[in-house]
Ligand binder design. Structure first.
Ligand SMILES: Cc1ncc(COP(=O)(O)O)c(C=O)c1O
Length: 350
């Protein structure tokens, strides 16, 4: 047989993790069992076929082996458990849940946390010296900063630190951090991979067998197991991620352009690809809150990555108090772009 070229991500998203064989169902069943006959063991320790199907598909997209968890935060906590770091470099502006988790360890003297501007590669490289983990998030939540992954990966390696990349905003389709030296890629599957705002799940992916083993042990002993229904729905979401993301990105690019030319907006932050952006409303917190109160199609909501457009003013949270008060994080959905624009334009200050 002639050698085939590697499958494209859209094909992997549709085909990976499918049962094979004559008469097999096209989707792994939702295995609702904690206990198995002798030889099959126990769900928390050995997983289920439903998890394995999802892990196989996400692993294939990232180029490693995936482990699914109860949430993105459970995946983040598993990384800390698995790598037991003493010193972690972390972006100063990034998802506040992860920063808070690391800060909990710092406050009990178990961890030194070095906070850096993740866009300042030289500063990240300097902070990596003597660190165990360089924790990158790119693009960042909520300011959409982009890190130079190849350069930070090289700097981490030179310092003997492991690079961990939270790739939630990029999804497995827009960047493959393992190719840039990441030891672990983290996803909140709650967001784009699940894609329908109906579940909470997390995933870690690694190409290192020993780290994989430790990530599985972390799940086993922290007990942060995903639900079977959630794993099933996440894989179902993954099947359409390429088309959803492409359509959302088309919407985002139109809206970015228009927002950049709108007098009621002072800054638009968009990494050039993907469905996440942030924009700053002229007039600060009150003006931005007014926008959130006026929109009728966009949903003011804290989560993101679903089929629906959501916005949120992040600076209202203590963990994001250092963000511009007028900044709205915007997860662009699948609605008609002209309806979205009318909604936003009516809500913005003129
Ligand atoms: C970038 C990023 N990482 C991790 C998480 C945590 O994921 P979860 O809410 O699934 O625990 C979030 C949630 O908002 C996020 O935005």
């Amino acid at each position: 047989m002639t050698e085939r070229r590697p499958l494209a991500p859209a094909t992997i998203a549709v085909t990976a993790g499918r049962p094979s064989g004559v008469g097999a169902p096209l989707n792994h069943p939702i295995v609702m069992a904690s206990n198995f006959r002798e030889g099959g063991e126990y769900t928390r320790t050995h997983g289920t076929e439903t998890w394995a199907a999802l892990e196989g598909a996400v692993g294939a997209l990232e180029g490693g082996r995936a482990v699914a968890y109860a949430s993105g935060m459970a995946a983040a906590a598993a990384i800390v458990f698995a790598l037991s770091p003493k010193v972690v470099v972390v972006p100063s502006v990034s998802y506040m849940g992860v920063r808070t988790l690391l800060d909990e360890y710092r406050s009990t003297g178990q961890l030194e946390v070095r906070s850096v501007d993740i866009t300042d590669t030289a500063a990240v490289a300097a902070a990596a010296v003597g660190a165990d983990i360089v924790w990158v998030e790119t693009p960042t939540n909520p300011t959409m900063d982009v890190a130079d992954l190849p350069a930070i990966g090289a700097a981490a390696e030179a310092s003997g630190a492991r690079m961990v990349v939270d790739s939630t905003f990029a999804t497995p389709l827009l960047q493959r951090p393992l190719e840039h030296g990441a030891a672990i890629v983290l996803h909140s599957g709650t967001k784009f991979i699940g894609g329908h705002s109906d579940l909470v799940i997390g995933l870690c992916v690694t190409a290192d067998d020993e780290i994989h083993e430790r990530l599985v042990r972390a799940r086993t002993y922290q007990g942060a197991t995903p639900g079977s229904l959630e794993a099933f729905l996440t894989l179902r979401g993954l099947r359409t991620l390429p088309v959803r993301l492409a359509a959302m990105e088309r919407n985002a690019q139109v809206l970015v352009e228009r927002l950049r030319n709108h007098p009621g907006v002072t800054d638009v932050r968009y990494p050039g690809t993907g469905a996440m952006m942030a924009f700053v409303v002229r007039g600060g917190a009150d003006a931005a809150d007014t926008v959130c109160g006026r929109v009728r199609i966009l949903v003011p909501a804290t989560s993101l990555g679903g089929v629906e457009s959501t916005i949120e003013r992040r600076q209202k949270y203590a963990g994001d108090s250092h963000v511009d008060p007028g900044l709205l994080r915007f997860s662009v959905g699948l609605e008609d772009v002209e309806d979205l624009w009318d909604d936003i334009a009516e809500a913005l200050p003129s």
